[in-house]
Design a protein. Sequence first.
Lengths: 396, 396
Amino acid sequence: MAAERRVYLDNTATTAVLPEVVDTVLPYLREVYGNPQSWHLWGDGAREAVETAREQVGKLINANPEEIIFTASGTEANNLAIKGLAQAQASKGRHIVISAIEHFSVLHATRTLEKAGYEVTLVPVDKYALVDPDEVARNIRKDTILVSVMHANGEVGTIQPIADIARKVKEAGVLFHTDAVASTGNIPVDVEALGVDALSLAGSQFYGPKGSAALWVRKGLRLIPLMDGGVQEGGRRPGTEDVPGIVGLGKAAELAARDMASRAGQFTKLRDKLIDGLLDKVSHAILTGHQVQRLPHHASFCIEFIEGEAMLMLLSSQGIAVSSGSACTSRALKASHVLIAMGLPHEIAQGSLVFGLGLDTSQGDIDYVLEKLPPIVDRLRQMSPLYAKFVKEGRG
Amino acid sequence: MAAERRVYLDNTATTAVLPEVVDTVLPYLREVYGNPQSWHLWGDGAREAVETAREQVGKLINANPEEIIFTASGTEANNLAIKGLAQAQASKGRHIVISAIEHFSVLHATRTLEKAGYEVTLVPVDKYALVDPDEVARNIRKDTILVSVMHANGEVGTIQPIADIARKVKEAGVLFHTDAVASTGNIPVDVEALGVDALSLAGSQFYGPKGSAALWVRKGLRLIPLMDGGVQEGGRRPGTEDVPGIVGLGKAAELAARDMASRAGQFTKLRDKLIDGLLDKVSHAILTGHQVQRLPHHASFCIEFIEGEAMLMLLSSQGIAVSSGSACTSRALKASHVLIAMGLPHEIAQGSLVFGLGLDTSQGDIDYVLEKLPPIVDRLRQMSPLYAKFVKEGRG
C-alpha cells in the first residue's frame, strides 16, 4: 500500500503507548520480574511498583489507592462491578437500572444477570445520547440495588451529567457505578465530585498498555469476585499481578493527570476543524452525539446512504484509520445500539464514522482526511441503491 | 543489603522474561498498537500478531490454534474452565470431582459452585502427592459432569498420571480439565496424548510475560464465559486483547518447545545436586513430592521444627529467593493444603521450602544455597520451642 500519509484517528479503539510509559514498563519486563506476593527482594520490588501505580491511578481519579482493583480490561472492570455489586446486594433486591447506550460489557453483563432472576430497566437517551437524571430517578424502585450509567460514550463522545445522576441515585439509597473507560485520562474524573460508588477505567484509552485497567470501588462496599483463587487485590481479583501492565497504567495515569488541560486544548482545536470541515465538505453528514458535552478528542458522524465498513476500508487504503462504532463490536457488522437508541434510523446508523484524535494528530492529518474522505463518499454513493433512490425521488 | 550473591530460585512463583521474548514484545508496545478488532492497517498488524501467537501456543501443546482462548492469568483460565464448563453442563448434573491438592483457583472456584448447588468431591493423594486414577474413577457418579486434576503441582513438583486419569474419566463419558500451569513449557504437554478436554497454561511459568495465559478447550465444547462484552476470543473472553502479552506468550511458547529437552537436562542435574546436598547438610529435612515423577526444575522440602517464612526472610537477607508454598497464598501464613493432603502434620508442613530453578541457575548458585541455608536452619532451631522440646525428649 502506498498511501501518501499514515493517519491514525482510531484513538477511541485504542491509543498508542507513550514512549515514557514504555520506558517505565521496560525494567519490569527485564529486571524486576518477581511475583509481588513473594517474600523476598524480587517480590518486594514488584510489590512496590504495583503500589506506586495504585497511588498514581488513585491520584488521577481522586480516590483512595487502597480502593483500586487492577483488572486486565475495561470489560473485566465493568463485569466485576455489575455482577460483583449486584450479587453482593441480591438479598436487598434484584432490580438494576442502566442506560440504553452502555458498552456491551455492561449491557450484556446485565443480560446474564437477567437469566439468574434479576430485572433490568434500560433508561432511554435523547438524540444527543444524553441521559436525563430525572428519568433515571423515575425508574428506581424499592428493589433497585444498582444503577450504572457510563461517563462518556466511546461511539458518539457524549459526556453524561454523572454528578446529577449520582445525586439522585444516592438520594434513593442505591449504589451507582459509572463506566468511565472512555473518559478517564481524557477529561477530569473525580470520584468524589462525581459522587459515584464504583468506576471503571482502562489504560488503553489514555496511552497506557493494553491489558491494564482498573475498577475503583468505594471502601466498605461488598463485591463478589468474578474469579476465585489467591489473595491478590484483596482477594477481589486473584491471579498473579501483571506488573508491567500495572506499572504502565500508573505512569499513563500520572502523565494524563499532568497534561490533561493542554491535551484537551490541543484536541478540541483540531477536532472542531475536523467537524466543521467534514460537515462543510460532505453533504448529508450528521454529527452524532452532543456538540459541546463531548470528549475533546472525539468526532463522530453518520454519512447518509453508505455503510461505515466500506468507508473504513477505503480510508484504510489511503492510510487513514478510523472506526465505525465500538471496536469490540464493529467487526460484527450490526448497526450500533447506541445510534439506534438515539433515534437514528437503521439505514443512517449504518453510515457511522468515529474519529478519535491522538497526541500525535496534526493539522496536516486533519487536512489529509478532509481531502481524502469526500471523494470516497462520492464513490460509494455512486454505488449505493439508497442514494440512487434518494436522487430519483428528487430530494437531493 | 550486601549479600555476596543474588540467587533467584523462585521460578515456581514466576520466571523472568527471556530477552528474546522482550525483544518480540517491544514492537507491540511501540509501533503496532492497533486494536485487533479494528478494520484498518493498525488493526491488521495487531490481529496477525495475535493469530501467530495462537499458532505458537497451539504448537507447544499440540492443539488446534482456534481452540485457544487467551486469558490474563492461569487463575482466570482455571476459573473459566471450571465455572464455564460446569455451568454449560448443568442440565446433565451438578457433581464435580477434583483432587485435594488443586491450586486455589480450581479449589475455590468449585467452592463457589457449591454455593450455587453443585456438589464437589475431593480425591485424596498419597504421600508423594500422587492421585490414583482408580480413585478418581471410583468417585465418578451418574451426575458427574466434570473432573479436574492438575498436571503438576507447583508446591511439591509432583507430576500426575494425567493420561491414565483422563482415560478413565473419558470412559465414564465425563469432561476432563487439567490445570497445566506449572507444567506447560517445562515438560512435554500434548493435549492429544494426555487425552484431556481442556487445559490451562500461563506464560509467567515459562519465561513469558505476566498477564499472559490461555485456556485450551476442545472444539465443540460449550463454555459459559466469565465475562460478557465484545466478540473477542469468539465471545468466550471479551475485552481488548493484550497484544503485547499475547505476543510474548507466543514467543515464550515457541522457545519452550524448541529448548525443552536441553532445559530439562540442565535443570535436572542441578536440581539433583540441590536435593542431595540439602538432605546431606540439613538434618531433619524431608523431600516433599515424588522423587522421580517431578518437574525437572523443582525441589521442595519440609525443614522440621522451624517455619518457612522465617527461612524465606533470612535467605532473602543472603540474596536468595525461594518460596514456602504457592505465591498466591504464601503471604497468608497458613500451612499448605497440599502438604496437609499428603499427610504431613501441621507443624512439619509449616517448614515448607520450595526451590524453582531457572535458566540462569548455575552450579555456583546451588553451592551458595548449600553454604547459606544450614546455618540459617541452625539459628532458627536455636530459637524454636519445638526443637528445644525435641532435643529435651532425647529424640535428637
